[in-house]
Design a protein around this ligand. Structure first.
Ligand code: AMP
Ligand code: MG
Length: 413
C-alpha cells in the first residue's frame, strides 16, 4: 500500500526550515562600488577629520577681518593683493594685516586670515582690491573637523551602502569596506518543451520564461545571477548540468519538474540523493516545493514549481529571504502593508493565497486592484502587478472595500 501523503506544511514552517540551513557568507574587504545595497559587517570609524584643513567656501579674497570691518559701497577699503592660493596648493601661506590674498573655493586658508570676502563684494582687482561690503568674522571659512572628527562612527554595523554613504566613505579615504559578498545564484529551468527566447518555436514548444524571470528577481534581490540554458526532462542530463554549475553557485534555483506527473525530472533526479526534501506547502500558487543541500559543499538548492507565476511567488517568499540572510540584510521577508480592495476576491480554505494586484498609494488609504486571473500560467497579469494580495489560510472571501495585507514587490526593504 502506498504511504499516505504527508500533510502540507505552512508557508512559515517551510521558510523556517529553509533559513535553518542558510548561513551568512564570510565577509571581506570589497571595493566600494561593489558594495551598493550591502550592509557593512562592523562599525566604520573615520580615519581622518573633514574638512581635512580650514579652507575657503568661496572664490574671493582672504583678509584680516578687522581691516575690512567698516567697508561699505560708499567707503570701500583698499588692500594690496599679495598672492593667490588655488585648491590643491601645497605651499604654506601666512598673511599679514593690511593685505589680501586671492583665494579659490577649497583652497587652504592662510595663517592669519579671519574672513573670506567673496568676489562679488569686491571690484575683483588683481594687484589691489576694493572691498565694498564688510564680512562677518570667520565668514566663508570651512573649519577643519566641522563635518567629521577622526574616530567618529560613520556607519554602524548593518547599515547598507548607498550612494550617499559611498560618497562619505570615499571622502574620508576609505576605498574598500567589509561586507558579505553578493550570493551567486545559478538559475536553471527544466522542461523538454522549453526553447531559448530569440530562437524559433517548433510545434508544441514554448519559450523559457522562468530563467529570465528568476534571474531578474535574483538581481533585484542584490544577487549575482547565472542563467543556464534549460535542461531537458532527462535526469542524467539534469544531474550533469547541475554538477557543472555547482562550482560557481552559492545557491541553485531550478524551476519545473517537481509535480506529481511523469517526467518530473528534478524530483526524479534529486530524490535519490536524500538531501533534498520535496513537500507540499499550503499556499497558492506554488504548492509543490523542494529544498535541500547538494554537492560536496552542501550548496542550498531550491526546486521551484514550473508554472511561471508559481515560480516567481515562490522565489519572493523563500529564495529572497535566504539571499538576504546570506548577506546579513534585515528584515528577511518583504514587510506587508495594508490596502483597500477595489473588488471582491475569493480563496480556497486551508491555503495562503497570493493574488496578483496593482497597488496604488493614496492619501487617506492606499488601494489594491486584483489583476489577471488566479491561473499560475498568466504572465500578462503578473507583469501588470506590482504587489501580492495575501489572503490567510482561513480566509475564503474578501469583499470590495475591505483592508487586506499586501506585499509590495518593487519596494526596497
Ligand atoms: P512542470 O512542473 O515542469 O510540469 O511545469 C508546469 C508548467 O509550467 C508547464 O506547463 C510548463 O510548460 C510550464 N513551465 C515550466 N518551466 C517553464 C519555463 N521555464 N518557462 C515557461 N513555462 C514553464
Ligand atoms: Mg516540466
Amino acid at each position: 500500500m502506498p504511504s499516505p501523503e504527508p500533510a502540507p506544511v505552512s508557508v512559515d514552517e517551510h521558510l523556517a526550515h529553509i533559513l535553518d540551513s542558510i548561513t551568512e557568507l564570510p565577509a571581506y574587504d570589497q571595493p566600494l562600488l561593489e558594495t551598493l545595497g550591502l550592509p557593512v559587517v562592523a562599525d566604520v570609524p573615520s580615519p581622518i577629520s573633514l574638512p581635512v584643513f580650514d579652507n575657503s567656501a568661496m572664490d574671493g579674497y582672504a583678509v584680516v577681518f578687522r581691516d575690512v570691518a567698516g567697508a561699505t559701497p560708499d567707503r570701500p577699503v583698499h588692500l594690496p593683493v599679495v598672492g593667490e592660493i588655488a585648491a590643491g596648493q601645497t605651499t604654506i601661506y601666512a598673511m599679514s594685516p593690511g593685505t589680501a590674498v586671492r583665494i579659490m573655493t577649497g583652497a587652504p586658508i592662510p595663517a592669519g586670515c579671519t574672513a573670506v570676502v567673496p568676489l562679488e563684494a569686491t571690484d575683483g582687482g588683481i594687484a589691489k582690491v576694493l572691498v565694498n561690503e564688510a564680512p562677518t568674522e570667520g565668514q566663508h571659512i570651512r573649519r577643519a573637523g566641522e563635518d567629521v572628527k577622526t574616530g567618529d562612527v560613520l556607519l554602524r554595523a548593518g547599515d547598507r551602502i548607498d550612494a550617499r554613504r559611498a560618497g562619505l566613505l570615499a571622502s574620508v579615504g576609505i576605498g574598500r569596506v567589509s561586507t558579505r559578498p553578493r550570493p551567486r545564484v545559478v538559475i536553471m529551468s527544466t522542461g523538454s518543451e522549453l526553447v531559448e527566447p530569440g530562437s524559433t518555436l517548433a510545434r508544441d514548444q514554448i519559450f523559457d520564461a522562468n530563467s529570465y524571470l528568476l534571474a531578474a528577481a535574483a538581481k533585484n534581490a542584490g544577487a549575482i545571477a547565472y542563467r543556464v540554458a534549460a535542461s531537458p526532462d532527462d535526469p542524467e542530463t539534469f544531474v550533469e548540468m547541475l554538477s557543472d554549475q555547482l562550482v560557481r553557485a552559492d545557491i541553485v534555483v531550478t524551476s519545473g519538474g517537481v509535480s506529481k506527473g511523469a517526467h518530473d525530472v528534478v524530483k526524479e533526479a534529486l530524490s535519490s540523493l536524500g538531501t533534498v526534501t520535496f513537500r507540499e506547502v499550503a499556499m497558492q500558487p506554488g504548492k509543490p516545493q523542494g529544498f535541500g543541500l547538494v554537492g560536496e559543499d552542501g550548496t542550498p538548492i531550491f526546486t521551484l514549481p514550473g508554472n511561471p507565476v508559481s515560480s516567481y511567488v515562490s522565489f519572493e517568499l523563500f529564495v529572497v529571504p535566504a539571499l538576504r540572510k546570506m548577506t546579513g540584510r534585515l528584515p528577511l521577508s518583504r514587510p506587508l502593508v495594508r490596502a483597500k480592495l477595489t473588488s471582491s476576491v475569493s480563496s480556497i480554505p486551508g491555503r495562503r493565497q497570493f493574488l496578483r494586484g496593482r497597488f496604488e498609494p493614496k492619501v487617506g488609504g492606499s488601494e489594491v486592484t486584483p489583476v489577471g486571473g488566479a491561473g499560475s500560467h498568466l504572465m500578462n497579469g503578473l507583469a501588470q502587478s506590482n504587489a501580492l494580495i495575501v489572503l490567510g489560510e482561513d480566509v475564503t472571501r474578501a469583499e470590495h472595500g475591505t483592508d487586506v495585507p499586501v506585499m509590495l514587490l518593487d519596494r526596497d526593504f
